[in-house]
Design a binder for this molecule. Sequence first.
Ligand code: NAD
Length: 415
Amino acid sequence: MSTDTVWDVALRQLDLAAESLKLSPGVHEVLRHPRRTLEVSVPTRMDDGSIRVFKGYRVHHNTSRGPSKGGIRYHPSVTLEEIKALAMWMTWKCALVNIPFGGAKGGVVVDPGALSAAELERMSRRYASEILPLIGPEKDIPAPDLGTNEQVMAWIMDTFSTREGFSVPGVVTGKPLSIGGSAGRSQATARGVMYITLATLKHLGRSVEEARVVVQGYGNVGANTVELLADQGCMIVAASDVHGGVYNPGGLSPHRMNRFKQEAGTIFGYEGGERVSNAELLELDCDVLIPAALEGQLTEENADRVAASVIVEAANGPTMPEADEIFTERGLTVVPDILANAGGVTVSYFEWVQDLQAYYWSEDEVNDRLRSIMEASYVSVLGLAEDAKVSMRTAATMLGVDRVAAAHRTRGLYP
Ligand code: NAD
């Protein structure tokens, strides 16, 4: 079994793209390293008066095309290596969809569900304060990721603004609408996943109405993807969260599942189907599998048993390289994360532009612009994959790396 870390995986993907691009060794070496990494301690007063110190990170992988951009993750398994990999993927993703950002990521080693709302607020504000030297609308703009949400973004925006002495909405994206968020941002990642899934089905000549879909992860991305794809006519046959999943070959009702989740805090135990584990869910009979939780879910252990013929990576890094090879041999279509989930950062870019101009767009305008960027990016990735005879992942990485490398060549190396 592979012992590669997620950072090894990210480097391997870069190396493959660099080889196909015949990238100069100097630029390749620069891109293999994050530009800067910050590790912080986040002392937090707990409700019982005790103090706990959490470990946090913020990594800027690359800033050659503009300020860096990337989410903040709260999860007990966060490591510096993971944040470095996620930051590198943000660099390629922003360049692939051609928005003027570099790549960053942040994280805190914490189980947010185990903290009270007041503890979470104090921890988030202290973390924001510790990474303050790195963030700002012209420098680095955080956003939500696994375990964080628009409330956490609001606390970060308020902490930054209070320290500056005036409101700075452009310091984070994925904020509530009331403080400068964008219409359409909360569903943007899922909407992008939906546009890409529809484009893939169309390209393969498959009917949307006959597509049976399985989604792993039922958070911001997973739950919205389920809802949007069901609205398009797809049949959702299984979904899961960290506790486990529910499967019904005759189709699940997203509306009822959402109601169950609101009451129970999980979809595990929803009685519209039979219970399945997360491992079983990945191997269920379906057409489209959408991992929307964590990295490293599809491995050499289970890749042979994946029954879907299309995998759309809503999560970052769900497929290990060994699984990728097996999927290629088996002729599965794998739409890579940096393309499939780029809707989130694209609308984050729209939010930042709106904040800087203090001029806000309608949801239809946001969704139309998102759609055209996602569809154009899909066409470029598919075109390059066919021309260069490489996987869609390598093609997407090549497009991103090539744009970043061009910026490096044009700017030159300081001093
Ligand atoms: P979230 O915290 O809102 O939801 C995560 C979901 O995954 C929850 O339902 C949780 O129960 C489930 N989960 C956690 N661990 C699991 C496990 N071991 N097995 C199965 N399910 C598990 O997070 P999110 O924002 O929806 O992010 C999900 C994925 O999408 C992450 O990989 C993230 O990096 C990626 N992503 C998010 C955005 C965004 O805008 N939020 C953008 C691009 C990519």
